[in-house]
Design a protein around this ligand. Structure first.
Ligand code: CTP
Length: 443
């Protein structure tokens, strides 16, 4: 694995040497890029000695100070971008974060950021007021939404003498985050992920519809995460103002019925179906051809729509994983579990859509990932980050697990033994305790 460590100008620059060491302990090959101001804090020689590679300090070759026109550096930023499996910037100053967020490319590190397709991790370090400034926070949010991993700074006494948030995270913590990001890098390669996103609209008349507040943010974040982890992605989206994620096949639909047709037509290609869409449960029985006039009280007669998720489960191919979402405003876990069982899905992501800063139309979300056997709490975080956590849990479902079969009497044991041989028995243990209970552990 190959990582570029970017060092920008802060007092924590010296800690980047420890980060380089932490990565090398994990057998990561490291190149170091330093900004001009970083070199005021630490000599490039420190990193050159640690890595055994020339430290990149400029877009331009400074080897010949006598040259009238500086030559281009031998290491160009595109080649470096292709070489790296990840870029980690530690410390990341307010200035470099602003450049990344706004696409300013005026030195090697900011140019590398634009050119790199691999995951990016940043560990901010700065004065507490600079960290809390709305400009910095907005830049952090932009980067987060783009999938950059932010290692939040710690709180404590800062180099400037003030106390508060702004201390760079410990090098070991940053190193562990980089390793985690690298582990995920291509772990969905070979998968075809079908994601549904957004709400649907059911026409009442030519200008009105019944809809919901779903923005599509969670589904789009899932599509983006799957794509960046190497999957082919089919995104079926209800009306949404969001920009389509790059390199995903996007199919746009409006009604629940259109979403159903689109999902059923594409589902055979998919190895994994994730239904994040907020599908209308009812549609008007009759759609008025003309705009309805205000003539007093109005009663709309509604008919239920098809449950697409249940239909997908009925038509599933062997090996296909199916994950649903449950939008709940009360009794979250009970309702979620009931939906999991009723719909027959492999897992359900339960959202509290009534909470502050979570669920529909919000930028952040919290959820519980429920399977028949487990419940994993995913605390409030940006939807893009949550998308990665959801894929981590989904992939865990693909890993083989042992099953312990408890048997009651001797006859069963004999029958099970025969079957177990075909099913790859890992271990067999005979009578458990004093009774006539037996256990088979089957892969
Ligand atoms: N869903 C679906 N087709 C529908 C309604 C819902 O495929 N007509 C899917 C959603 O995409 C989601 C899951 O079913 O993955 C649960 O959606 P939710 O609205 O929480 O539940 P409902 O099944 O509609 O049940 P209820 O509204 O009664 O809570």
């Amino acid at each position: 694995m190959r990582v570029v460590v970017g060092v920008s100008g802060g007092i924590a620059a010296y800690k980047a040497a420890e980060l380089v060491r932490a990565l090398q302990r994990q057998t990561v090959e490291v190149h170091v890029v330093m900004t001009e101001s970083a070199q005021k804090f630490v000599q490039p020689l420190t990193f050159a000695a640690l890595t055994g590679h020339k430290v990149i300090t400029s877009l331009w070759d400074e080897g010949d100070p006598g040259a009238a026109v500086p030559e281009q550096n031998g290491i160009d930023h595109i080649a470096e971008a292709q070489w790296a499996d990840a870029l980690v910037v530690a410390p990341a100053t307010a200035n470099i974060l602003a450049k990344f967020a706004h696409g300013i490319a005026d030195d090697f590190l900011s140019t590398l950021y634009l050119a790199i397709a691999a995951p990016v991790v940043v560990a901010p370090a700065m004065n507490v007021n600079m960290w809390n400034h709305p400009a910095t926070q907005a830049n952090i949010e932009t980067l987060r939404q783009r999938g950059v991993t932010i290692i939040e700074p710690g709180t404590g006494e800062l180099a400037c003498g003030m106390v508060g948030a702004g201390r760079m995270a410990e090098p070991d913590t940053i190193g562990a985050a980089v390793i985690a990001v690298l582990g995920r890098r291509r772990d969905l390669a070979g998968e075809v992920v079908l994601v549904t996103a957004g709400g649907t609209r059911e026409a009442v008349d030519p200008v009105r519809f019944i809809g919901n507040r779903s923005s599509g943010k969670m589904g789009y974040a899932l599509a983006e995460a799957a794509r960046s982890r190497g999957a082919r992605v089919i995104l079926i989206s209800g009306p949404s103002s969001l920009q389509a994620p790059a390199h995903c096949e996007i199919l746009r639909v409006t009604t629940a019925d259109e979403m159903r047709s689109s999902v059923l037509a594409s589902m055979n290609e998919a190895t994994l179906v994730i239904k994040a869409a907020a599908v209308a449960d009812y549609r008007p029985i009759a759609v008025s051809a003309q705009k309805l006039k205000r003539t007093g009280p109005l009663t709309l007669e509604l008919a239920p729509t098809e449950d697409i998720l249940a239909e997908v489960v009925r038509r599933r191919r062997p090996g296909q994983l199916i994950v649903g979402f449950a939008a709940e405003t009360e009794n979250r876990l009970e309702n979620g579990r009931a939906k999991l069982l009723a719909k027959g899905v492999d897992a359900i992501v339960v959202n509290d859509v009534a909470g502050e800063g979570v669920g529909i139309d919000s930028d952040t979300n919290a959820a519980t990932f429920l399977t028949r056997a487990t419940a994993v709490e995913l605390p409030q975080m940006p939807k893009r980050q949550l998308a990665d956590r959801i894929f981590d849990e989904i992939l865990a479902l693909r890993r083989p697990q042992s099953v312990v079969v408890e048997l009651d009497d001797e006859r069963d044991v004999e029958a099970r033994k025969k079957q177990a041989i075909q099913n790859r028995v890992l271990e067999e243990s005979v009578p458990v305790g004093a009774g006539r209970r037996h256990q088979l552990i089957v892969e």
